[in-house]
Design a protein around this ligand. Structure first.
Ligand code: NAP
Length: 342
């Protein structure tokens, strides 16, 4: 049966990806949308700043943006791409009012009873939902930081060799900072070598996702902002416990599949990780929309041995607004429906 959904902050960078992904979805129907400055406008008007609206059906474009208030929302499932500053309180109000919330924001990600989900990597964490009954009648499920997503997805298959430590440098797209984001005079012709709180999030969230909180992978992370519109790139050096052949690493990345592929979920890419052999790949412009569901596959290349005998290096590109944002959350929602949580 179709589930009705509400998108909080539907006019934002990630919110717009939700509108695209949910408009023709076999499980979900958009019933309401909320915002702040656009409240009272129809979506067609609120999105008229250059966004391509032709793919959105008329009934979605005609929706009026509501205040982000529990009393104004009625839906089986709520997606929350709200700014971090307001997500903490607002999402708790929704969970207390009995709503089932999937959030892209960071405040609840590290709560011990909140699943932090990449559907292919750790679907078993959904069982944490049960323990939220002590706090509220609804629930909150979180999707990870957009940079942690590509890193955690590619480390998961390497866990069969035992991941000891990771040195990672990221080159993150401007869309990752939302709208209006980084001032153009700061980022054009430039690289900014620091993103507030991002390095800590990559380390702690990846350990939570991979179930390594008690025996953490040691991370040394540098996050940078680069003049790319969409698609986060990361260069990784990974030290493993066990010896390996490079071909084994490539095979484990290429053969990686999870519960969404088993269940054939609508937003599940056939290949969650695509490995390129050409030395000039992956590139954000070429690879951010690769795969059977555009934007949902993580692209890997430059797989090679590092300086330590048990170390491997590679580069990965993942689409921050799709796999690292709305797409990852919609896939999580599909899993919640199939597993009987919604
Ligand atoms: N950008 C990414 O690649 C990415 C990836 C993963 C996760 N995230 C996370 O997703 C969330 C949204 O990011 P974004 O990049 O989409 O941000 P954004 O482009 O700045 O959009 C923010 C949205 O929230 C609404 N909003 C702002 N203040 C509000 C308030 N006080 N009450 C209610 N609604 C409010 C805005 O509505 P109006 O337009 O009506 O003002 C807009 O729809 C953040 O928590 C971010 O960390 C972002």
């Amino acid at each position: 049966m179709t589930k009705s959904v509400c998108v909080l902050g539907a006019t934002g960078t990630v919110g717009r990806e939700y509108l695209r992904l949910l408009s023709h979805h076999p499980f979900f129907k958009i019933k309401c949308v909320t915002g702040r400055t656009s409240v009272g406008k129809k979506l067609i008007e609120a999105l008229s700043d250059g966004y391509e609206v032709q793919d959105l059906p008329k009934e979605v474009l005609e929706l009026e943006v509501q205040p982000t208030d529990v009393k104004k929302v009625d839906a089986d499932l709520v997606f929350s791409p709200l700014p971090n500053e307001i997500a903490l309180k607002t999402e708790e109000e929704f969970a207390k009012a009995g709503f089932k919330v999937i959030t892209d924001a960071s405040p609840h990600r590290m709560d011990s009873d909140v699943p932090l989900i990449i559907p292919e990597v750790n679907p078993e964490q959904l069982s944490l939902i049960e323990s939220q009954k002590k706090r509220w009648s609804g629930f909150i499920v979180a999707t990870p930081n957009c940079t942690a997503v590509g890193i955690a997805m590619t480390l998961k298959p390497l866990e069969s060799f035992g991941v000891k430590s990771v040195v990672a440098t990221t080159m993150q797209a401007v869309s990752g900072a939302g709208y209006p984001g980084v001032p153009s005079l700061d980022i054009i012709d430039n690289i900014i070598p620091f993103i507030q709180n991002e390095e800590e999030k990559v380390a702690t969230e990846t350990n939570k996702i991979l179930g390594r909180m008690s025996d953490p992978i040691k991370f040394s992370v540098t996050t940078t902002r680069v003049p790319v519109l969409n698609g986060h790139t990361a260069s990784l050096y990974v030290e493993l416990e066990k010896p390996f052949e490079i071909e084994e690493i490539v095979r484990s990345l290429e053969n990686f599949r999870g519960r969404p592929q088993e269940l054939n979920l609508p937003t599940a890419p056939k290949r969650p990780i695509i490995v390129h052999k050409e030395v000039t790949r992956p590139q954000p412009r070429l690879d951010r929309d690769e795969g059977s569901v555009p934007g949902m596959s993580v692209c890997v290349g430059r797989v090679r041995r590092g300086a330590h005998p048990n170390s491997v290096q590679y580069v990965e590109v993942s689409n921050n607004t799709v796999r690292g944002g709305a797409g990852g959350a919609v896939l999580t929602a599909e899993l919640l429906v199939e597993e009987g949580f919604v």
